[in-house]
Design a binder for this molecule. Structure first.
Ligand code: SF4
Ligand code: SF4
Length: 78
């Protein structure tokens, strides 16, 4: 199945706070790092903005996002 929604990190803006990594419960980010690394984009929930909403540096956008912010209703509490 083609993946059409996952986070893209702007490492020029990222301050490596780790919030996105700690937030996501879907295995998208590699754990035990402060510098976010997307290792499982297939795990990202279509329409979820959970990690972006926590990012203090506006360093997260989404591949596939063409409609602005919206809630997704997924089970991870975001
Ligand atoms: S958008 Fe949601 S599911 Fe996707 S990486 Fe961020 S917190 Fe995880
Ligand atoms: S939440 Fe934002 S600033 Fe913090 S590690 Fe993730 S991308 Fe970087």
């Amino acid at each position: 199945m083609a993946k059409n929604w996952y986070p893209v990190i702007n490492h020029d803006n990222c301050i490596e706070c780790g919030s996105c990594i700690n937030k996501c419960q879907h295995g998208v980010y590699k754990k035990d790092l402060q510098r976010p690394e997307v290792i499982y984009p297939e795990g990202c929930i279509d329409g979820c903005h959970g990690c972006q909403n926590l990012c203090p540096a506006e360093a997260i956008t989404y591949f596939g996002d063409d409609s602005g912010k919206k809630s997704c209703g997924c089970s991870c509490g975001c």
